[in-house]
Design a protein around this ligand. Structure first.
Ligand code: NAP
Length: 285
């Protein structure tokens, strides 16, 4: 039987501490941290993510502006909004909810956000900082995964970590963070041969594939720590589920996260942390 690590509870306690800090900030620096979120269109998933971010801002006591625009917005209009927010001294963080409509070049939009307001950590300079071990904003989901491991005081150093997925937003950055903590990291992807033989070596197994029930018990070493990043819709139950077949993997793992309530809430919590980081930089300038 594994210990189920509740990202939801961890995020809750971290947000309570953050709210205390934020209260003090107002007295010290004369204003609150301010996160601006841009939502284009009415995709239900994106709307729900934005709602979660607004709720978290309220919980920690940030100012929050959500700019909602229709799917028909042009790239130039969107870039003009970002330019305006970049130049607004009272805005600390800017987040563009992805995905954007096809006629908009997402990368161009993301890169238009000022590096010191890039709370998602997607700006090229923030990405480069991660790989060069320089100070910068680390993207939220990978950061949250490390905080989950730290919450159980898991000794990452020297452990075999296997990450399934090599995306720029999860697989690659979490692999780098694990490497920086002196794990021996293997990154797997769709062309990996005999995946199960590799995942069975993992002391830490991170699943960031985007396929429901992808990780089965035979792929997991006895006593492994299993972090499930996936957010999928189970077509039979229409409920959210992760990449890990929880019921069969849980008895083999020592620690495991669940979907929902695992990595997701920690991603939002780290977004709040990143906003504070940007805010402190701005108010101390
Ligand atoms: P992505 O960009 O689609 O990347 C998926 C990765 O999985 C790719 O590297 C792909 O390999 C690999 N893959 C696909 N099929 C595979 C297979 N059969 N065997 C081994 N590897 C395989 O997805 P993502 O953006 O990283 O997100 C992954 C999941 O995490 C999604 O469910 C997403 O919704 C979720 N997510 C959750 C949070 C959160 O806060 N909880 C945040 C971000 C993402 P190739 O590179 O070879 O194609």
């Amino acid at each position: 039987m594994a210990v189920v690590i509740s990202g939801k509870e961890l995020a809750k306690s971290k947000k309570i501490k953050m709210a205390e800090e934020v209260k003090a900030f107002e007295t010290i620096y004369g204003r609150l941290p301010h996160l601006a979120v841009i939502l284009v269109g009415e995709d239900p998933g994106s709307m729900s993510y934005v709602k979660g971010k607004e709720k978290a801002c309220q919980e920690v006591g940030f100012m929050n502006t959500t700019i909602r625009k229709p799917n028909t917005i042009s790239e130039d209009e969107l870039l003009a909004i970002i330019d305006h927010l970049n130049n607004d001294n009272l805005v600390d963080g800017i987040l563009v909810q992805l995905p954007l409509p096809k006629h908009i070049h997402s990368e161009k939009v993301i890169q238009a956000i000022r590096r010191d307001k890039d709370v998602d950590g997607f700006h090229f300079e923030n990405v480069a900082s991660l790989y060069l071990k320089q100070p910068g904003i680390v993207s939220c989901t990978p950061k949250g995964i490390i905080e989950i491991l730290d919450s159980i005081s898991y000794p990452i150093e020297g452990k075999n970590a296997v990450v399934i997925g090599r995306s720029n937003i999860v697989g690659m950055p979490v692999s780098k963070l694990l490497l920086d903590r002196n794990a021996t990291v293997t990154i797997c992807h769709s062309r990996t041969k005999d995946l199960a033989s590799i995942t069975r070596q993992a002391d830490i197994l991170v699943a960031a594939v985007g396929k429901a029930n992808f990780v089965t018990a035979d792929m997991v070493k006895e006593g492994a720590v299993v972090i499930d990043v996936g957010v999928n819709r189970n077509l039979e139950t229409n409920k959210l589920c992760g990449d890990v077949k929880f019921d069969e993997v849980e008895p083999k793992a020592s620690y495991i996260t669940k979907v929902p309530g695992g990595v997701g809430p920690m991603t939002i919590c780290c977004l709040m942390e990143n906003t504070i980081e940007c805010y402190l930089k701005h108010v101390k300038e």
